[in-house]
Design a protein around this ligand. Structure first.
Ligand code: AMP
Ligand code: MN
Ligand code: MN
Length: 329
């Protein structure tokens, strides 16, 4: 059932014991949305915990409450009045789904949300789930303290590339301004997120040795096998380096941190990479999407490149009639 904002707020307000979760490999929107909602509900006397089946990246520990986020324990079972799943479909929350017994409400901004939650608030027009949480809290009376402001600002900023991507809209800016009034400190957040160990910067340099372009320079990728990844600690920022190459319309990073399991990130300047990700059971947005592929390196790489070729094909210059191409930007 698709909920309205009012119905979603009512469900949150009527529940006493609430568990909030988001996707594995959590990003700023996942963590910011969870923490903001947790602070709000705690301030209203509810028993709230944030349970995420993954580690919280160090940079996000600047957010109040981030240190209290836990992963579900082995064989542990949790009972609650409500499980709130933010910024993802239910299939991306790892072990939390099995570990928690509670009715579910799903709040998301991914147009590719699988719609399987019994109760879903989905708005694909919103730049971030944090933008939806902002709308919910506005509807609830618009009280924002510093803890909520830091969390929501982080979600808004990270999902819009710090207010640069095309999803940035007037509501994003209004919400961000409101968060600054409520005490968010943008420089504290961005400085914390920028920090990385020396080994990660070196790893990025190593990963850059593996970049390539194809499809006449319109696609760029880094395909990093398990063997290659053994020498690389992190690839943060790699997809951005590919995205900015002149002429590139689709950028992709495919990497193996586990043998036989590729993780794929894609970015685009117009072509629909969420359609490519959906073909492999993933999802995301038109211009930013991802998926996992459980195939050996060469096979996964060939499938992915073929799917990207097909996504670019509708705007390929037609032989002898180059003028008709590229209308969709
Ligand atoms: P990332 O490349 O990890 O920053 O992800 C880009 C976008 O794709 C984000 O909106 C993610 O939520 C989405 N995404 C990434 N991986 C997956 C996946 N395996 N399934 C569904 N959506 C994904
Ligand atoms: Mn996310
Ligand atoms: Mn998001």
């Amino acid at each position: 059932m698709r909920l309205t904002l009012e119905e979603t707020l009512a469900i949150l307000q009527e529940s006493g014991k609430v568990i909030i979760t988001s996707h594995v490999n959590p990003d700023g929107d996942a963590l910011g949305s969870c923490l903001a909602l947790a602070h709000y509900l705690k301030d209203r006397g509810k028993d709230v915990s944030v349970l995420i089946d993954d580690e919280v990246p160090k940079g996000f520990l600047v957010l109040p409450g981030a240190e209290k986020i836990t992963a579900p324990g082995e064989n542990e079972h949790y009972l609650a009045d409500l499980l709130v799943v933010l910024d993802a479909s239910l299939d991306r929350i790892g072990k939390v789904g099995e570990a928690v017994s509670a009715p579910v409400v799903n709040i998301d901004h991914h147009p590719t949300n699988d719609g399987k939650a019994e109760r879903l608030y989905l708005d694909g027009e919103r730049a971030a789930t944090a933008e939806i949480i902002y709308q919910l809290l506005e509807l609830a009376g618009g009280e924002f303290d510093k803890d909520i402001a830091m969390a929501l600002y982080t979600g808004l900023a990270t999902d819009t590339g710090f207010f640069r991507f095309s999803n940035t809209n007037p509501l994003t800016m209004r919400a961000a301004a409101r968060m600054l009034e409520a005490g968010a400190e943008p420089h504290v957040i961005s400085e914390s997120l920028e920090q990385r160990p020396y080994s990660h910067v070196k790893g990025l340099a190593d990963a850059l040795q593996h970049i390539e372009v194809w499809h006449g320079g319109r696609a760029a990728g880094a395909f990093l096998s398990y063997e290659t990844m053994e020498g690389i600690e992190a690839t943060d920022g790699l997809i951005e380096m590919l995205r900015v190459i002149e002429g590139v319309e689709i950028a992709v990073v495919m990497k193996y941190k586990e043998e036989g399991k590729a993780r794929v990130s894609m970015r685009s300047k117009g072509a629909d990479v969420s359609a490519v990700a959906l073909q492999f059971g993933g999802g995301g947005h038109v211009k930013a999407a991802g998926c996992g592929i459980e195939k050996p390196f060469e096979e996964a790489r060939a499938m992915l490149q073929a799917a990207i070729d097909a996504a670019l094909a509708p705007t390929d210059p037609v032989a002898g009639d180059a003028g008709s191409a590229g209308e969709e930007k």
